[in-house]
Design a protein around this ligand. Structure first.
Ligand SMILES: *Cc1c(COP(=O)(O)O)cnc(C)c1O
Length: 462
């Protein structure tokens, strides 16, 4: 399987090269040259299999000859060994027809561990084999950073630099990033919001001299390998609820569009998904896109679901590529308009394809809080504010025979203030993290300035 850029001006790469690179050199995102399909019998055969076994089968066609079957099975098994639940990503029923897919049983209590733990193992294997070192740089609205740090801390072949928006992540999120003591971990607080972190990161990748000089590698949700890891749980959840014999729908709390794009990939591969529902908080660029056909940035307003406080939704470009018939020139034009003019209108044909099998909804701050309280009252379940955005939007969908699965993207203890405010109950941290508030923090604060950030990276690599 080869990977091509959504903007058509970067060389096609193998899985390994696309994984180690992240962003394409023309500013685009790597996507597989075609979507592999699984047969109905293959999908039916996943029923009752361990998560790891399904993961190997779902991801195998995308990985090509980067790893042998045995190597890949070993990588997958090491990646999920640290998850606190034997099912890895269990499905839990809330009500008749309404389910949660719990994605927060990894080391940092959010769904990003599912992909990042796998990436850590794949990077280590590839880099050791090639005798290389890389500098991993990432921007985070909170959860990616800690997941990356957990995945790469202490590895020989990697330095990891994580930028987060100063003052805009929860204390648990911040402490998860600033308390690991390994010298290859560097956490940077940048002035501004998440998009102010993401912009210098992209510029750093587009500065080829710098990029090659420090062997920069990206693990933000633009990295194809991350999206791929997330495809797996759509299959395990779908099959647990009756697929391929009946269709299933998913509602996905969305920011950078990575998690829901993985659902689209699962559908392209043959999983019968009736509806993919985009659920946004008050930063609703994606919801507005579905409703109006215009993709237009507004300012970011901080919310109680901070991991979705985003207006530049990077992975949306991958869907644009498909709904514009995989025409890279069309995508490049739209992305230029987004950068220069703050937005663009979709063509009529693209809008029809956008709405085919996808819909959207939004939850305000008050609605998010109310949903946390309602879910506790109706189902005795404490949910995090991101998950609550999803549950609220899922409840609004028209009745259907297809079960609705909401992706539960973080553990409620990761956002204790919002949960306590809504319910009066403060969710406790699980035992392995109970001393988080006693550990020493290490942070560097930098202005939102490319040169300053590049200098810090260049000087502090181990
Ligand atoms: C990152 C994150 C999201 C948004 O996921 P995307 O892939 O960026 O759409 C939602 N909830 C939580 C808890 C997250 O950490």
């Amino acid at each position: 399987m080869r990977y091509i850029s959504t903007r058509g001006q970067a060389p096609a790469l193998s899985f390994e090269e696309a994984m180690l690179t992240g962003l394409a050199r023309d500013g685009g995102l790597y996507v597989p040259e075609s979507w592999p399909r699984l047969t109905r019998d293959q999908i039916a055969g996943f029923a009752g299999q361990p998560y790891e076994d399904v993961a190997v089968q779902v991801m195998r066609p995308f990985v090509g000859d980067t790893f042998t079957d045995d190597e890949f099975a070993g990588i997958v098994s090491r990646a999920y060994a640290g998850f606190a639940h034997a099912a890895r990503c269990p499905v839990k029923q809330l009500e008749p027809g309404l389910f949660l897919l719990e994605l927060f049983h990894g080391p940092t209590l959010a769904f990003k561990d599912v992909a990042m733990q796998l990436i850590g193992q794949m990077f280590e294997h590839s880099l050791k084999r090639q005798g290389r070192r890389v500098t991993i740089a990432g921007a985070t609205s909170g959860d990616t950073g800690s997941a990356a740090i957990e995945a790469f801390r202490g590895l020989d072949a990697v330095d990891v630099f994580i930028m987060y928006p100063h003052g805009r992540v929860s204390e648990v999120q911040r402490r998860q990033m600033t308390t690991p003591s390994e010298p290859n971990v560097h956490t940077i607080a940048v002035d501004g919001d998440f998009d102010d972190c993401q912009a210098p990161l992209k510029d750093m990748f587009n500065d080829f001299e710098f990029r090659d000089g420090v062997s920069l590698a990206g693990v933000n949700s633009i990295n194809w390998a991350r999206v791929l890891a997330q495809v797996v749980y759509y299959f395990t959840a779908g099959v647990a609820l009756g697929a391929p014999h009946r269709p299933v729908s998913f509602t996905v709390p969305t920011g950078n569009f990575g998690d829901i794009f993985a659902g689209y990939v699962a559908r392209q591969m043959g999983l019968p998904i009736e509806m993919l529902v985009v659920a946004t908080n008050q930063n609703d660029i994606l919801h507005r896109t579905w409703v109006t056909g215009e993709h237009r940035k507004e300012g970011v307003r901080p919310s109680i679901s901070p991991s979705m406080d985003i207006q530049v939704s990077s992975n949306f470009e991958r869907l644009l590529f498909d709904i514009y018939d995989r025409e890279p020139q069309a995508v490049a034009q739209l992305m230029t308009a987004l950068k220069d003019e703050g937005g663009f209108a979709l063509s009529q044909g693209a809008l029809e394809r956008l709405r085919d099998g996808f819909t959207s909804g939004v939850a305000s701050e008050a609605e998010t809080s109310a949903e946390i309280a309602r879910t506790l009252e109706r189902s005795q379940e404490l949910i995090c504010p991101h998950t609550a955005v999803g549950v609220k939007v899922a409840r609004e969908q028209p009745a259907s025979a297809a079960p609705m699965v909401v992706l539960a993207t973080a553990h409620p203890a990761k956002f204790p203030d919002a949960v306590e405010e809504a319910t009066g109950q403060r969710p406790p941290l699980p035992p392995h993290m109970a001393d988080l508030f006693d550990r020493t923090e290490r942070i560097t604060r930098l202005p939102n300035d490319l040169a300053a950030i590049q200098a810090f990276v260049a000087e502090n690599r181990t």
